[in-house]
Each structure stands twice: as C-alpha cells, then as structure tokens.
Design a protein around this ligand. Sequence first.
Ligand SMILES: [Zn+2]
Length: 188
Amino acid sequence: MPTDDRQNTDRQLTVPLDVRAACRSGAVETGEVPLAALPRCRDMAPDGGQLAYRVGFFESQGVQPLAAEVHIEAALALECARCRQTVVTPVTSTSQIRFVFSEDQAEHVEAEAEPVILGREGRVRLLDLLEDEVLMSVPLMPVHDQPCAEIAAGQAYESGELPEPSGEERENPFAALAALKKDPGGDQ
Ligand SMILES: [Zn+2]
C-alpha cells in the first residue's frame, strides 16, 4: 500500500465523519498508519509497526441502516502465553458495524454485527473504529510458532553467540562497504 502523506492520514483518522452522509455516499476510507498513532493500541505496536485499514460505509437493508465494514491488518507485539517473551503476531480482522443512537437500538442490532453508539451529531472518528477493531483482533493466547525454548536460544545467538553459518554464505551488509574501503584507488 502506498504511504500516504502523514498529515493527511492523521486528519483522515481524527476528523469526526458524518456517518449518515458517509453511508449514503458509500464512502470508503483506506490507508496505512503507524500502529503507535492509535493511543489505545500503542502498547502492542512493534517498532515501526504499521496498521493497514479499509473502512467501507454503506446503507444496510436491516433494521439499522447505517452500516460499515471495518477491515484491519497489522502485526501486534504481544506477550507469549507460554514464555512471557514478546511474540509479534500478525492479525487480520473484519467486522460489520451498525451505527445506532441508543443502548436500546444497540440491543436490536443483528447478531453478526457490532453496534457503535453515536452521539446526537451522528459522527464517528475512524481512529475509534480502528482501535476497537485492533483490540478485538488480539488473540486470547498468543504463543510463539516455534517451541519457546528455541526462540530463547535464538535470542542468545543474536546477542553474540552466533552458530556456524550453515550452507550458503550469508549476505553481509557491510561487505560492500569493506570492499569500498579496501579499494586502493584515490591518492593513498
Ligand atoms: Zn513463547
């Protein structure tokens, strides 16, 4: 996904949208933002972690006509339920939203949809919808794919005890630089 102009993205997320108008016109909001830009999700943001989103507003045929589909994709830094170390877990989540104006209306939203209660002005911030969706997508028991002991061993290797490189030579990002320095060209 292209990286939007940052300011533009911030505004897109925080300006309260007129839900009726958005649903009537079938507005679609897409983008990608740093996960850390969502206050309620900041604790789960890996370094440089991005959130990709798509929110499509539409008019539903159901009892509550103001509707949207919210889709998010992100990688969350969570605590492994086995070893308590950080495990970065990719999540993707899609929800059907029905916008309502009271608790009573919220109770009558169809079972497969999530009610969002609007204030009198009938506006919503994308930021709030996205935060809700991210929080809903968090797995109950995140665990490392590999046995956790191997992960711990991997961390030991990263901290200096490198295993013998296996098979093909690893690409060394400094090799090119070293070659440049060794180059006997110039006046030396
Ligand atoms: Zn683990």
